[in-house]
Structures are given as C-alpha cells and as structure tokens.
Design a protein around this ligand. Sequence first.
Ligand code: UD1
Length: 429
Amino acid sequence: MDRIRIVGGAPLSGTLPISGAKNAALPLMIASLLTSETLSLENLPHLADVEQLTRILGNHGVDFSVDGRRPSQNGLYPRTAHFTAARIVDTTAPYELVSKMRASFWVIGPLLARMGEAKVSLPGGCAIGTRPVDLFIDGLRALGAEIDIENGYVLARAPKGLTGGRFEFPKVSVGATHVLMMAATLAKGQTVLANAAREPEIVNLAECLTAMGARIEGAGTSTITIEGVTSLSGARCGVIPDRIETGTYAMAVAMAGGDVLLEGARPDLLQSALDTLAQAGVEVSPTNSGIRIARNGAGIEPVDVTTEPFPGFPTDLQAQFMGLMTRAAGRSRITETIFENRFMHVQELARLGARISLAGQTAIVDGVERLKGAPVMATDLRASVSLVIAGLAAEGETIVNRVYHLDRGFERLEEKLSGCGATIERLSG
Ligand code: UD1
C-alpha cells in the first residue's frame, strides 16, 4: 500500500492548479444514464472515485472514452470524457460495486426514470456515521415509485413511468437532491423539491441537465421546480472547480506559510471558508485567474466554526480546518452538525502533538507552538488530507499510511504540493 512521506517546515510558494470537482463530476457522470446520446464532460478530474464510477456505469451499459490528453501549462491534464448510454443493459447495481462508493447509489434515480425499474444495493462508502437512504426512498415514492427493500437491495419500480409531485426534504441532503432532480426530469408533469440542497454541485448538475433539454428552475435556492420532458439529449458540460480541494490547499498554505495562487479556483464557491481563513489572519485575495492565499510571518488566530449545508462552512473542510487550528494561538471550537462520527482525525492529529478534546459534536482545539512528525493513518478522504496539512507544518518526518483514501478525491496531491516547494513524496508498496 502506498504511503506519503512529508518533511515539514518548508513554506509554500508559486501556482497550484485546482482540478474539476469530484462531487460535481460524480452526479454529472450518473446523469449520462438519462439519455441514449453522448454526454461530454470537460475538466473531469482523474481520481479513483471517477474510475470506480466509470466501472459501475459500464456495468449498466455506458460506453466511456477520453479525449487525447493535452498537457496544460503546468503539466497537469484536464480531460474531456464522453459517456454514452445508448442502451441500458442492466438495471441492477450490485453490492460489490456500490459498497465501494456511496455516491454510486445515486444511479437509482436515472435508471428508474428512464427504464421504470432499478435494483440498487444499499451503499457503503466513507465510515462517517450511519448515512441512511430514507430521504431517497421517501422522495422517489413522492414521484410515484413503488419501493421495497430486500436482501440489502432497494427495489424501485415505476412501470408506467414516474409522475411529478411535491417533496419537502425533512433534512437537507445533497445526494437526495441530485437524485430527485435527475428522476424528475423524465417524470410526467411538475415536481417541486422544497428544502433542497443549495450546493454549487447541484447548480452544476441542473445546468448540465438543462443543456440536455430538461426544464429546471430554482437550482441553487431551496426550492427547485422541474417540468418533466419525454426524453433528454446529449450535451457538453463543464465540471466546476473543486471547492473542497481549493479550501484544502488554502489551509495548507495557511498552515505552512508562504504565498500561493490557487489557479482556476472560484471564490464564490467557498466564501464562508475563505471568510473563516481571513478571520484566522490569512491573506485571501481573489484575482482574475484564481485565489491568492498568503501568510507571511503572521500567527494563526483561533476561530470557532460550525459545519452547515451550503452556503455555510462545509463539513468536507472540517478536518482540514482542525489541522490548521492545532497551530493557532489559543483555543477554537469546531462543531460538526452534518455527520456523526466525523472526528476520526482527532486521534491521529494527537499523534503529531495536537491538543484536542471532544465534547459531543464539538472538538475543542488548544493550539500548540509546534507539531512533531510521526507515522499516522488515514481514515477517510477528508481526514487523511488534514494529516497532510498538519505534516506540512510538523517538525521532521510524517508518514501518512492508507493513501488510497487520498487518491479517491485529490488529483496528484503530492505533485501539486511539491510543485509549490513542499517536501512530499509518495512511497510505493
Ligand atoms: C455529499 C458529498 C459529501 C459531503 C456531503 C455533505 C458527494 C459525492 N458527497 O454527500 O462529500 O460531505 O454531501 O455536504 O457529493 N441523510 C439522511 N438520509 C438520507 C440521506 C442523507 O439522513 O437519505 C443524512 C446524512 O446521514 C447526513 C446528512 O443527511 O447526516 C447530509 O448528507 P448528504 O447531504 O446526503 O451527503 P451525501 O450526499 O452523501
């Protein structure tokens, strides 16, 4: 198993390119199931999760091809990929595939809408809380689906097609909003989704579905209205820049010190995290080509944060921000409201010398003057990158084990950070 070796202490400088967003790419890829024509996605990131979903879609009959790679200025390779579901050959998503990535459960929406049936295994995915699927089931029932759960599978049927309906989410869910929006595009009549998620990835999907011929209003607000159409066509859509990757590297620069341009990043996608960084004493300057992050000499101020659905502070940056706060000049409180059990990085950060105690869903972080390198274990995608951030500022060598978590969501992490002067390398095997 690969490991990452970091020697902390070097400030970061230069330009770091931001990739397409994993969390936008996955639903966009799944949307290809809605049409027999080709959906082309520009700026698709090269990630283990994208490869895994490509395999899952292939199982349903989706053909996949990638345009010739063109090196960009900085040697990274943005890709345009084409997905064609001319014929759906299988409406079952088996446990062996779905258990590896929770988002693959989302195929249930398009398969049901287009084929009138879907059999999808209950998901696995990151070990962060129970993550049930009740909202998907209740929402699809509101669109007329009959749903049973048997032997670990969700069996969904709508032999005469889905019908529009009104569904109010009792709790904001990104995944259930994606799925119901996709399903409603091919339902008969109007669907209204109330208390919908407002994440930028929802807007990205809505824009792409609209390019495919769907009729959607209100994406990005809490009420989305969809007028069903009888079929969708192919389209060409761009994947938005990854706001979580942006926030992660912004925190890395804040932690290590230095001055870096996050090229291609869009400030409007993560304003609350940027405001929090500014409060922590980090210089944040939007530019024409991205966002410049700098911390030269100034200390890190403690800031309290609470995770919230968009536009609040994202849960996917909670672990990284905690990494930063371990070096703050004082005490901060970090409260997680989206997922239970999303503090697995606390123990590992403690191995580097961080002082963190837990009180329910709040972590109390007392900043320390120095962290010291150590071997640590990645536990999930976002937790693992918080260890990288801490390692960048720790004295001596940090080895992050179980790097496959990082590869799920961060494209060429070590290449991007070493390009900015960090001492970081991948150790194979
Ligand atoms: C997506 C993101 C993930 C991010 C999360 C919250 C992708 C691929 N993943 O995950 O990175 O951390 O949004 O921003 O985009 N819930 C239920 N019942 C359901 C569905 C969800 O109770 O049927 C709960 C979950 O357990 C959680 C909360 O709702 O407590 C929010 O989860 P949700 O927004 O659905 O997260 P995902 O879409 O899985």
